[in-house]
Design a protein around this ligand. Structure first.
Ligand code: PMP
Length: 383
């Protein structure tokens, strides 16, 4: 038989599914795949349930329910001072994944170059390649993960269509500084291109730092596609509700892709997310504070086990260097602890375009304290 798509065929099953499968097989506590096991609100769930009978369950408008688009625009005004018209500047998608895919498909023509920063989230490269784009990788290096501005500038050319930026950044918990964002904005303007900003962890920025969307920088409003996810903000990853804010012109173009991908997203979940986004400011600060506490607790415990814990300024992940406790490489270590300690994690080498050797491992700390304690006990026993 003829071969199937060669780009998708060149990728295996994602590391998240592989490690979650191994975790299930061994009855492991899953600190690998990024999903919270607590912290979601019953009133948001109740809203989703009641909306099943109270509002129409037929195709909502292609751009999203008006209530959610209004709530996204208002959220962006409240948090970032953006002046948005919900009818022209907002589009709802089936998760940030669809938002990313729609944005990349809408912008890239075959042969266009796309600047991406490594280590990177795993959906970026396959979709860039499917769209015919050529990834230009800029690698950050541990332990400080600073953006190398000279190499960033070298990655841009007249063929650059866009930069794909993830801040706060999965897997390493980096939050781009204003200086780094300004350097990016300068290049985006100089090369007359776009930026797709994956900001799904916007409400998980710790230690009192603000989240700075690139779209808020001067001259960026027409060039930036800002992506958020209710899955992350409300700890409801299974819902797959994403949202985009961008210029009216860009939203029009993104809609061309979205209409052929999913067209729309379940209306009751949209309605419940609209309700969630409208909660008072303190609600969001409490989300951040609760997650920061989990980070501190987990990092201290891992340090206690002898790991070299790298800083996590945002997201619900932290990376640890395993060099100080064993001679394993990251993948072997993750397999070993899933099997022997019954705790799953994700090797950082999975976040690179080409094979790399690494001793860094990503753990998700968005778990109940009792689960974290049990995982630490198990790791301690096995090490
Ligand atoms: N971007 C990043 C950086 C992520 O970590 C994730 C989820 N793991 C997504 C996008 C996808 O978000 P969603 O579940 O809303 O599709």
């Amino acid at each position: 038989m003829k071969s199937t798509n060669s780009i998708l065929g060149s990728y295996g099953t994602t590391i998240f599914e592989v490690m979650s499968g191994l975790a299930r097989e061994h009855g492991a506590i899953n600190l690998g795949q990024g999903f919270p096991e607590d912290g979601f609100d019953q009133d948001i769930l109740a809203h989703a349930a009641s909306s099943l009978t109270e509002i129409s369950q037929q195709y909502p408008p292609m751009l999203g329910l008006p209530s959610l688009r209004e709530a996204v625009a208002e959220h962006d005004r409240r948090f970032y001072g953006l002046d948005l018209d919900w009818q022209r500047h907002v589009m709802v998608t089936s998760g940030a994944t669809e938002a990313l895919t729609a944005s990349l498909l809408a912008l890239i023509d075959p042969g266009d170059e796309v600047v991406v920063i490594e280590p990177l989230y795993d959906t970026y490269l396959p979709v860039i390649r499917l769209a015919g784009g050529i990834a230009k990788l800029v690698r950050l290096e541990a332990p400080d993960w600073a953006l190398p501005l000279d190499r960033l500038a070298e990655a841009f050319s007249d063929r650059t269509k866009l930069i794909l930026l993830n801040s706060p950044m999965n897997p390493i918990g980096k939050v781009f500084s204003r200086t780094e964002l300004e350097a990016i904005a300068k290049l985006v303007q100089a090369y007359d291109c776009y930026a797709i900003c994956d900001e799904v962890y916007e409400h998980l920025v710790f230690d009192g730092r603000p989240h700075i969307p690139l779209i808020t920088l001067p001259s960026m409003a027409e060039r930036v596609i800002r992506i958020g996810s209710a899955g992350k903000t409300f700890s409801l990853t299974g819902w797959k509700i994403g949202y985009i804010t961008a210029s009216a012109d860009l939203i029009g173009k993104l809609g061309r892709a979205h209409q052929f991908l999913t067209f729309t997203t379940p209306p009751n979940l949209q309605q419940a997310v609209a309700y969630g986004l409208s909660k008072p400011l303190q609600y969001f600060t409490a989300i951040t504070a609760a997650m920061q506490q989990k980070r501190d607790r987990f990092q201290a415990a891992m340090q206690g086990l002898g790991f070299d814990v790298l800083p996590s300024a945002g997201t619900y992940f932290t990376t640890v260097d395993i060099k100080s406790v064993c001679d394993d490489e990251d993948m072997a270590f993750c397999q070993r602890i899933t099997r022997d300690a019954r705790v799953a994690a994700i090797p950082l080498s999975a976040f690179y375009a080409q094979p790399v050797t690494s001793t860094l491992v990503r753990f998700c700390f968005a778990k109940p304290d009792s689960m974290i304690d049990q995982a630490i006990d198990r790791l301690s026993g096995a090490l």
